[in-house]
Design a protein around this ligand. Structure first.
Ligand code: MN
Length: 418
C-alpha cells in the first residue's frame, strides 16, 4: 500500500489493531489496522468476507471494541495477522481495498477495548531506586522489591486515549510544615513513562497462569502515561498506596502493537547482579529468561504553550528503554494471577515508570528535577519543576533491530489544562 514499505512506525510488519472512526458523517467506532499513513477498516473488510481464513477473528471484528479479538487464542489472532498481511501485500487487491483505507490524519482514535481492570506495577528498578533515594538515601529499595513484583490496582474508568487534554486535579495537599491539609489544584503535576501490557486470553478464577504459558495470555503492548499529582500522593499514600493522585487520568497510545509484531525485538532478561535473590520458582522460566524482555526505545518530549506559539518543536527530555524493567511482562502477569485472581481479555497493566540508571533517563519529573529542587532548563529559556498549564507531554516508542523493519507505537500525548 503506497509507501507503507518504509513507514517509520506502521510498515506491513507492524499491523497494530485499534478502534477508530473515519471522518465521514454518521460513521461509528470500528476495528482498524494501521498501515503506513492509512487505517484499513477491518470491520468492513471482515463484513466483505475477505478475512475468512481467520473465521473467529473475522466474527470478532464486527464489535466496536476489541475485547472479543483479544479473547481469542493467539493462533486466531495470528491467522488474522497473516490474512491482513497477505491482502495488503497483494497488488491485485488494491482496487478492492482502496475504499476501505482512510487517511489516518482524518480519523479519530478511540480506546481499543473496554478496559475491565487496570493494574499499575513498579518494575522499573532505576525509577524505584531514584524515588526511594529521595526519601531513604541509605536504603532506596525496600526489602521486598527484588522478590515480589510490586503493584497497585489502578482505576480503569479514567484511562483515556492519546490526544486529549488532562485537567489539573484538585486534591488534599499538606504542604511541608503546615498544620492542616488544604483542598486545591495540584502544584506538582507529573508524568510517568510506562509500557502498557494488554491481556489477551483470560483465566478462570482460582486458576493461576503458569509462567511457562504466560506469554500466550499477552496480546500486545501500548505506551502509557500514568499522570501523577505528587503533592496529593505524598499526603494520601500511606498506608494503602496510590489513590486519587493517580486515578484522575491515565493516557495510552491508541494501537495494540501485537506480541507477534514485537517477536523480533525480544531479548534475554538482563542477568541479575550476583547479590540479588533468585526469583521464586513460580516466576522462573528458562524460555522467559532467554527471550522475555523487550527491546523498545522510549522517548519523552515536552512542548510548552510558549514553544507552540513560537513555532518551536517539542524538546526531548528523556530517551529510555524497556530493557530497564526488572521483571518481564510474563512475570508480571503470572504474579498477578498467582493468587487465583482471574484475568480478563482487555485488562491493562502498566509496567511502572521506566527510567535509566543513575539519572541518565528520568521517566518522571520527580526524578528529572530531584523532586522540584533542580529545575529543568528548556532551550527557549523557560524552566520547569513540574508541569504547567498548556504543557504538552509526548511519549513515543520504536522497536529497532538490524535486518528487521522498525516499528512504532503511535503517539501517547496529553496537554495540561487548568
Ligand atoms: Mn505508575
Amino acid at each position: 500500500v503506497g509507501t507503507a514499505g518504509d513507514h517509520p512506525e506502521f510498515p506491513v510488519q507492524n499491523l497494530p489493531f485499534g478502534i477508530f472512526v473515519p471522518q465521514n458523517d454518521g460513521a461509528t467506532p470500528r476495528a482498524g489496522v494501521a498501515i503506513g499513513d492509512f487505517i484499513l477498516d477491518l470491520r468492513e473488510t471482515a463484513a466483505s468476507g475477505l478475512l475468512n481464513t481467520a473465521p473467529l477473528a473475522q466474527a470478532a471484528l464486527a464489535a466496536p471494541q476489541l475485547n472479543g479479538l483479544l479473547a481469542l487464542p493467539p493462533t486466531d489472532r495470528q491467522a488474522l495477522r497473516r490474512a491482513v498481511s497477505r491482502m495488503l501485500s497483494d497488488e491485485g487487491m488494491a482496487t478492492v481495498l482502496r475504499p476501505l483505507l482512510h487517511p489516518s490524519a482524518t480519523c479519530t482514535m478511540h480506546l481499543p477495548v473496554a478496559i475491565g481492570d487496570y493494574t499499575d506495577f513498579y518494575a522499573g528498578i532505576h525509577h524505584a531506586t531514584a524515588v526511594g533515594k529521595l526519601f531513604r538515601p541509605d536504603a532506596p529499595l525496600l526489602p521486598n522489591y527484588k522478590h515480589v513484583p510490586i503493584g497497585y490496582h489502578g482505576r480503569a474508568s479514567s484511562v483515556r486515549v492519546s490526544g486529549g487534554s488532562v485537567r489539573r486535579p484538585h486534591g488534599q495537599i499538606k504542604v511541608l510544615g503546615a498544620d492542616e491539609p488544604v483542598f486545591q489544584p495540584t502544584e506538582r503535576l507529573d508524568y510517568e513513562l510506562e509500557l502498557g501490557i494488554w491481556v489477551g486470553e483470560g483465566s478462570s478464577a482460582g486458576s493461576p497462569i503458569p509462567i511457562g504459558v504466560a506469554e500466550r495470555h499477552i496480546a500486545g503492548f501500548c505506551l502509557l502515561n500514568d499522570w501523577s499529582a505528587r503533592d496529593i500522593q505524598a499526603w494520601e499514600y500511606q498506608p494503602l498506596g496510590p489513590f486519587l493522585a493517580k486515578s484522575f487520568h491515565t493516557t495510552i497510545s491508541p494501537w495494540i502493537v501485537t506480541a507477534e509484531a514485537l517477536a523480533p525485538f525480544r531479548l534475554p532478561q538482563p542477568a541479575r547482579p550476583a547479590a540479588d535473590p533468585t526469583p521464586l520458582g513460580y516466576l522462573r522460566d528458562d524460555a522467559d529468561q532467554a527471550r522475555g524482555a523487550l527491546d523498545i526505545r522510549l522517548t519523552i518530549a515536552l512542548r510548552t504553550a510558549r514553544m507552540r506559539e513560537a513555532g518551536l518543536p517539542a524538546f526531548t527530555l528523556c530517551k529510555g528503554t524497556t530493557q530497564d524493567l526488572y521483571w518481564t511482562p510474563a512475570q508480571l502477569l503470572t504474579h498477578h494471577a498467582s493468587n487465583g485472581c482471574d484475568m480478563r481479555p482487555g485488562d491493562l497493566f502498566g509496567t511502572g515508570t521506566i527510567s535509566g540508571p543513575d539519572d541518565t533517563a528520568p521517566g518522571s519529573l520527580l526524578e528529572a528535577t530531584q523532586s522540584g529542587r533542580q529545575p529543568l532548563h528548556l532551550p527557549n529559556g523557560e524552566s520547569r519543576t513540574f508541569l504547567e498549564d498548556g504543557d504538552q507531554v509526548l511519549f513515543s516508542a520504536t522497536a529497532v533491530r538490524e535486518g528487521y523493519a522498525s516499528i512504532g507505537f503511535g503517539p501517547c500525548s496529553g496537554e495540561i489544562t487548568p
